[in-house]
Design a protein around this ligand. Structure first.
Ligand code: ZN
Length: 295
């Protein structure tokens, strides 16, 4: 062995030894860093779970998420499918009924009607007046929260006012939407559904109503009348008269849109409602509201 060979051998051994030492330190470093990270993440998780426990339980969090999703679902929409459904509303293969109440809300009648609908687990549709919504916002909020559909019946219900021009129809519609938005605490509520006071056809303002229908349509607002009624706004004074008139107007129709009123003086409407519900159930009708067809 010459000296050069010995030197080279030692140099190689030193390199190998140094490499092993470096590798060992690197391993140790990784292990240490790894465990520190683990400890940190555990403590962060703990903090988060403590936050959850102290501030907001996961159940509550889920409830909020569900509420947000439901809120979105409860905002009325009007797509082409919905328009088609509305234009075919008087047709149905199966028996279905839409209970609709106009001219409310009122303290004396709307509240007991809501109690009854809740008991019977029926979702109805309320065509509210903006001027009344401003008087009783909490009743409208309750209607909304209990799953009823809030539609638009204009603001004033004074024919000379709302039918003074096409613009006026749209103005009253928008004013009522604003009142509903404020009442239920939902930004820019729009039902997309209007019911003309006195109905969409005939009468002194027939031509104006026709023009208003086009203007509403341009603004993605549809409208609906009815095909059965109790006559509660036409002098049918007692429950018997209202029941008889309802049966006469509903005939054997499969799809019913029943007109009733929840204005303050419609005590008989409320009193007749249980019999109406019984009759419809006996005849096999399924209760619907406009959420079911406004898609
Ligand atoms: Zn009305």
């Amino acid at each position: 062995m010459d000296l050069i060979y010995i030197k080279r051998m030692y140099r190689n051994r030193i390199i190998i030894l140094v490499s092993i030492i470096i590798a060992f330190f690197m391993l140790v470093t990784f292990v240490v860093i790894g465990s520190i990270t683990k400890v940190t993440s555990v403590s962060v998780n703990l903090e988060q779970s403590e936050f959850k426990n102290s501030d907001l339980s996961s159940n509550e969090e889920n409830k909020i998420i569900t509420a947000v999703v439901e809120e979105k679902e409860k905002l009325p929409k009007l797509t082409n499918k919905g328009k088609e459904n509305i234009s075919n509303i008087y047709k149905s293969k199966t028996k279905r009924v839409f209970l609709t109440f106009d001219d409310g809300p009122s303290k004396t009648i709307t509240i007991p009607i809501l109690d009854l609908l809740k008991k019977e687990n029926i979702k109805a549709t309320f065509f509210v007046l903006g001027s009344r919504v401003e008087l009783y916002p909490s009743i409208v909020k309750r209607e909304y929260e209990e799953g009823h559909f809030i539609a638009n019946h204009g603001y004033s219900h004074m024919y000379s006012q709302i039918y003074s021009s096409v613009d006026s129809v749209l103005d009253e519609y928008n004013k009522t939407n604003k009142a509903v938005s404020k009442a239920i605490g939902v930004k820019k509520y729009n039902s997309h559904l209007f019911r003309f006071p006195g109905g969409s056809v005939g009468g002194k303002y027939s031509d104006l109503k026709k023009a208003a229908i086009s203007r509403l349509d341009e603004n993605n607002i549809t409208y609906v009348d009815w095909n059965a009624l109790t006559g509660d706004a036409e002098g049918k004074k007692d429950s018997e008269q209202q029941m008889a008139y309802l049966q006469e107007t509903m005939g054997e129709k499969n799809s019913l849109i029943i007109l009733m009123h929840d204005a303050g003086d419609k005590q008989v409407t409320y009193e007749t409602l249980p019999s109406i519900i019984n009759l419809l159930r006996e005849k096999g009708y399924e209760f619907k509201n406009f959420y079911d067809i406004m898609k």
